[in-house]
Design a binder for this molecule. Structure first.
Ligand code: ADP
Ligand code: GN1
Ligand code: MG
Length: 363
């Protein structure tokens, strides 16, 4: 996407003045994200929704409009600043919430959250603040009419169905890469019997459905540059009914790892139990005591599940020829999978320590 094309697309949105500058945002594995600066100084996010991943982008936007309007009211009545504390969708010149270009690409725009940063890693203090923001996000949506939300990606965190997809990828071997990933495939298949843990809990009622974010990577929350406070939870494409374990687990697998998600020196990849502890504390504080004891006790297993699930998603995508996650080099998804499997093994090894941490928070 060159500067001229971006400006043409930007011209379709009701920005407050003329566009003076655009730049690419490299963070995020799914959408195409750009920063747009206008003559007034106001900055916007212009985003091409990945329609290979989100097959029904209108449903994605309907969810986002519903959720952000709901949050806006709550933020306003609490005396907060909704322009900073939730996403603001910018209308198109035609009055819509998205613009479809001549090539059929689907675009949307948001106000940029200013004075805040989306981090790739955090120390304990910052991570606890991110945790609080993710917990608070779920608390604020506790009374959201969940039945109005579309399932933007069916079975998104259904690990049983993720495992079935993974096995199909192994069997099909579309990119001819299975021979180079035998050890990783064997590791994944050996854990198949654990994949139903969350689905079983949802089915028997011990893990209630809530409105969850489902993609709680540290870089999906904006932290204030001055105070570190979690200002705004972003990337709302997958807000859907789900288990609290999805948000807890996904945040842990990314933010409580000792290393980046694609670190290839696996000796450097392990779970930081100190970060697990502070995340739990911040997340539960943000949630404000909403969880049942069964949910609390399941949190460590949720961390394992989401780490393992992300591993089989990366490995499945590698075997499929990198059709889902954005990669920066040919074996990127394989390296990411190895990393997640190493982390999952470490979480499993530390399970009793993690259970002991959770015990501190059960009153
Ligand atoms: P993806 O699904 O590809 O992860 P995101 O919506 O998370 O897409 O956007 C990618 C990145 O763009 C985020 O991690 C964040 O750094 C930045 N970003 C997205 N929306 C905003 C916003 N409203 N204000 C500031 N930065 C944003
Ligand atoms: C993707 O969109 P992003 O980069 O925040 C993915 C998550 C994965 C994550 C792995 C819609 O998150 O599910 O956990 O990559 N999002 C989608 O880093 O599939
Ligand atoms: Mg993101």
């Amino acid at each position: 996407m060159n500067e001229m094309q971006l400006r043409e697309i930007a011209a379709q949105f009701l920005f407050d003045s003329e566009v003076t500058e655009t730049s690419v945002c490299e963070t995020g594995h799914i959408n195409g994200t750009y920063f747009v600066t206008c003559a007034s100084g106001t900055r916007y996010i212009l985003q091409q929704i990945n329609t290979a991943v989100f097959k029904d982008p209108d449903a994605v936007m309907a969810n986002i409009i519903g959720v952000t309007e709901f949050l806006r009211e709550k933020i306003e009545s609490a005396g907060g600043d909704p322009l900073r504390e939730t996403l603001t969708v910018i209308a198109t010149v035609e009055g819509g919430v998205a613009y479809v270009d001549a090539e059929g690409r689907y675009w949307r725009a948001y106000l940029c959250i200013e004075g805040a940063t989306s981090h790739q890693s955090a120390d304990a203090e910052l991570f606890e603040k991110a945790a609080y923001a993710f917990g608070k996000f779920q608390r604020m949506l506790a009374d959201y009419p969940a039945d109005t939300l579309c399932e933007t990606i069916p079975n998104f965190h259904n690990t049983v169905s993720r495992m079935a997809d993974f096995k199909a990828a192994v069997a099909e071997n579309r990119a001819g890469r299975a021979a180079g990933a035998e050890k990783e495939v064997a590791f994944a298949l050996a854990a198949e019997d654990k994949c139903s843990f969350i689905m079983d809990g949802i089915a028997d009622g011990t893990l209630p459905l809530r409105v969850t974010h489902n993609d709680t990577k540290l870089n999906n929350v904006m932290l204030d540059n001055e105070t570190g406070e979690g200002i705004c939870v972003i990337d709302l494409d997958t807000v859907m009914p789900g288990s609290v374990l999805y948000d807890f687990g996904d945040a842990i697998r990314f933010g409580a790892s000792s290393a980046a998600e694609d670190e290839t020196d696996l000796d450097r990849v392990y779970l930081r139990t100190d970060l697990f502890d502070v995340f739990t504390r911040g997340f539960l504080a943000g949630l404000g005591g909403a969880l049942t004891e069964a949910e609390l006790r399941a949190l460590p297993m949720g961390a394992w599940m989401l780490t393992f699930e992300t591993g089989i998603r990366f490995l499945g995508d590698y075997l499929n020829g990198d059709v889902y996650f954005r990669i920066h080099y040919p074996t990127h998804n394989l390296d990411r999978a190895r990393n997640q499997f190493k982390l999952a093994a470490d979480i499993e090894a530390k399970m009793s320590e993690l259970n002991a941490i959770i015990e501190k928070y059960i009153h």
